[in-house]
Write a protein that binds this ligand. Structure first.
Ligand code: HEM
Length: 448
């Protein structure tokens, strides 16, 4: 017999979701872990603005990712990406859209990626050479900003054959993104609309400059043809393309790469092995994507520092979800069903030493990869939504390319010891970390 998930929802007139929001955004895992312990269940109800059920272990997480769309669907909810700037949770501006327009936008972006496929590799090389020579001459770089500089330069070269000014990269900031489920009550919507994140003038100017770069590129006319063919409106098409480039192509890879670089920077023996593996070999797209040891580093980085960290779909009918405690939990039509990715991927019943960065686990037990549920690649990415780079594997290539080249060809010291805070909703990795004494590996060995 299925059981109802323990816990309660709050009323539409309550401001409680806003109180919960703070704990969720700044202490997410302690907060959810606390509820899990309180209810003694891996599946429980939360208080936020929709009827929300959290799934926090690997088995229930599997359900979230593999259920068919007649059980769990996301299309009806506004989705991040490929749209106009809209309001998530009716409160915070972000690129959202829904339905047919969303599908057309996604298809156009995929046309663009296919059209520009051949220029990806040379663009990565050019952006990497440019970034690392700048950092060599400066003797170091701020990791978060440096990664974004590299990615922005790479994507504008790759998709538009354009070189952009690094000046505006500094002004780009991500908005504080309040997850809609936490802000969606009658009482909380006006408050979050008032207090929610707003783009600064400098940020708006930077975005306008990047949209202009899209408009003025030699590719723009052809890209407009793709949009026309797919029935996508052409007004603001420059904004649409540049926002997708900044938000999707640069956004998630940046948030994975910062902790990846920080982690590998303090694990020299893992990097030494990568150097051995690479010895005498240049990375090509194929060797990069197929190298088994590099893949274990990539998997472990994604297990501990996944993007996104949180996602929800809406139950389309009543059904049961099996969980690792041997029970089945009853879900009702209309419930928002959520997963916290790092939690389902740190389930101690599946992952020994779940908090350790230990890539060797996949060599010992290759089946673990099938239990890693992520939004953009691997077993979890087989659901009908998610990242438009999933099939072409561009996201995977981008992340592997940058951290493997950086760590095997260069060395540096950190200005501060990296601190990994699993609790933060947006930034898992070190927030403000700088590399100093940045140098080529050969030169580094000569120094020692
Ligand atoms: C490397 C790490 C990446 C991760 C973790 C990631 C993850 C995601 C996620 C979570 C979404 C939102 C899905 C939703 O709201 O349902 C998304 C959308 C998207 N991503 Fe990625 N992404 C990555 C890299 C890339 C790259 C390199 C590209 C470009 C080649 C890309 C292109 C897109 C596009 C165009 C969308 C919008 C798709 C849509 O709205 O239907 N992503 N991605």
């Amino acid at each position: 017999m299925p059981v109802d998930p323990p816990g309660e929802y709050c009323s539409q007139l309550s401001l409680d979701p806003l109180k919960q929001l703070n704990a969720f955004m700044y202490k997410m895992e302690d907060y959810l872990g606390g509820l899990q312990a309180k209810y003694r269940a891996p599946v429980f109800r939360c208080h936020p603005g929709r009827r929300t059920v959290m799934l926090t272990d690997n088995l229930s997480g599997r359900f979230y990712f593999t259920a068919s769309t007649d059980l769990l669907d996301r299309e009806a909810a506004s989705r991040v990406g490929c749209g106009e700037v809209g309001l998530t949770g009716d409160a915070v501006p972000l690129l959202v859209s829904r339905g047919e327009r969303h599908k057309a936008g996604r298809a156009v972006m995929m046309d663009i990626f296919a059209d520009r496929r051949a220029s990806m590799w040379p663009s990565l090389d050019a952006a990497f050479e440019s970034a690392t020579s700048r950092w060599l001459s400066q003797g170091g770089f701020n990791i978060k900003l440096g990664v974004r500089e590299f990615l922005m330069d790479a994507v504008f070269r790759w998709l538009l054959d354009t070189e952009i000014s690094m000046f505006d990269v500094n002004s780009l900031h991500e908005l504080c993104y309040f997850p809609g489920v936490w802000t969606d009550t009658l009482a909380t919507k006006p408050v979050t609309r008032l207090l929610g994140g707003k783009f600064s003038d400098a940020n708006n100017q930077a975005r306008a400059n990047y949209a202009k770069a899209v408009r003025e590129s030699a590719m723009f006319e052809r890209f407009q043809d793709f949009a026309r063919d797919r029935g996508l409106p052409l007004d603001d098409f420059d904004q649409f393309v540049s926002s997708n480039m900044i938000g999707n192509v640069v956004g998630a890879p940046r948030l994975i790469l910062v902790p990846a670089i920080a982690r590998l920077g303090i694990e020299p023996e893992l990097v030494d092995r990568l150097v051995q593996v690479r010895q005498g070999k240049a990375w090509t797209p194929r060797t990069l994507l197929e190298e088994p040891y590099l893949h274990t580093l990539f998997l472990e980085t994604n297990r501990l520092y996944p993007r996104p960290r949180f996602m929800y779909k809406i139950a389309q009918q009543d059904f049961e979800v099996p969980a690792g405690d041997g029970r089945s939990y009853q879900i009702y039509e209309g419930d928002a069903v959520c997963v916290c990715f790092p939690q389902i991927n740190r389930d101690p019943n599946v992952y020994a030493r779940p908090d350790d960065f230990w890539p060797g686990r996949y060599e010992q037990n290759p089946e673990l990869e099938e239990k890693l549920y992520l939004y953009s690649w691997g077993a979890g990415a087989k659901h009908p939504y998610g990242c438009a780079s999933r099939e072409g594997r561009q996201g995977e290539a981008l992340v592997k390319y940058f951290f493997s080249r950086l760590t095997t060809e260069f060395q540096w010291e950190f200005a501060q010891r990296p601190v990994f805070d699993k609790n933060l909703y947006l930034e898992v990795g070190p927030v403000n970390l700088s590399a100093t004494h940045f140098r080529r590996r050969d030169a580094a060995e000569a120094v020692q």
